[in-house]
Design a protein around this ligand. Sequence first.
Ligand code: FAD
Length: 304
Amino acid sequence: MNRYKAYIGLFKEFYNEDNIKVDEVMKSHVHFKVGGPADILLIPENQEQVIKTIEICRQNNIPFYVVGNGSNLLVRDGGIRGVVIKLGEVKNITVKGDRVEAECGAMLKDVSKAALENSLTGFEFACGIPGTIGGAVFMNAGAYNGETSHVIESAIVIDNDNNIVKLSKEELELGYRSSIVMKKGYIVLSATFKLESGDGNSIKERVDDLTLKRESKQPLEYPSAGSTFKRPEGYFAGKLIQDAGLKGFSIGGAAVSEKHSGFVINKGGATAKDIINLISHIQEEVEKQFGVKLHPEVRIIGEE
Ligand code: FAD
């Protein structure tokens, strides 16, 4: 029984019918390709719609959850109660001098491309991370010695009282896979990055090099959420998992990648339960064998 369906009229007033979905299966919206239905899934097309949607949800005590590109999400098989706001259509990117302003749903690869086209360096690290600007600020996404915190200047967020606030880099409190946005539950509307003038050819070379590295080392042919676990201090999660003898180990359709043991993949037909059981098994084995606790980097949401 979807009790939130009753609220749909509140959104019909300012959404196209095509952008309101009821009982929408989340497996179509996340990289892992698992997850049950969201009661209501809304696809706003601009920041005003995002702001109004959140105001309405808060006024009516409707639980809501924002999703970027779903590349770091594991949605449980029972799905999500309330409203899911998928931000991927709020995606304008503007370049002004050495600054790039990007809306929350802009893909990192598109921001990286815009930087390259304007011979701006600093954003190359993000070219292969399959997430949005909102997801990157939330997680302080990073790769190959670069991270969001190195290049971000500020972000505009919706705080918990529905104020629209500009937060400086310092106020964003970006740490290893953490931010004030994550801690407080703010919503990122847009972010501004300060890059440096560079040489177009060198930027392109770096992007090509990182893309090759990713393609050769990561199991990109299978659904996953990237690295399943955060890096434990002093160790590499993938190496610990491999040394624990778990490379290729599977539960149902979920498996530890043969190519990169730090990735749990959906090798076909996995349920969220398979993946969660595999994550628990890996945590237990690694702790038993090496005394190291692994903490998921992937966000696990929704109901059993
Ligand atoms: P989602 O998965 O949609 O959401 C993740 C979290 O961010 C959720 O809690 C969501 O509520 C929150 N969120 C999303 N948008 C907003 C917003 N506008 N405001 C507030 N909260 C928001 N990550 C890395 O850091 N480095 C890597 O090298 C990397 N490689 C990857 C490779 C693969 C193949 C895959 C599948 C994933 C990889 N990831 C990597 C993980 C993922 O791409 C990043 O964490 C990315 O930043 C997530 O962005 P997203 O838009 O997909 O967020």
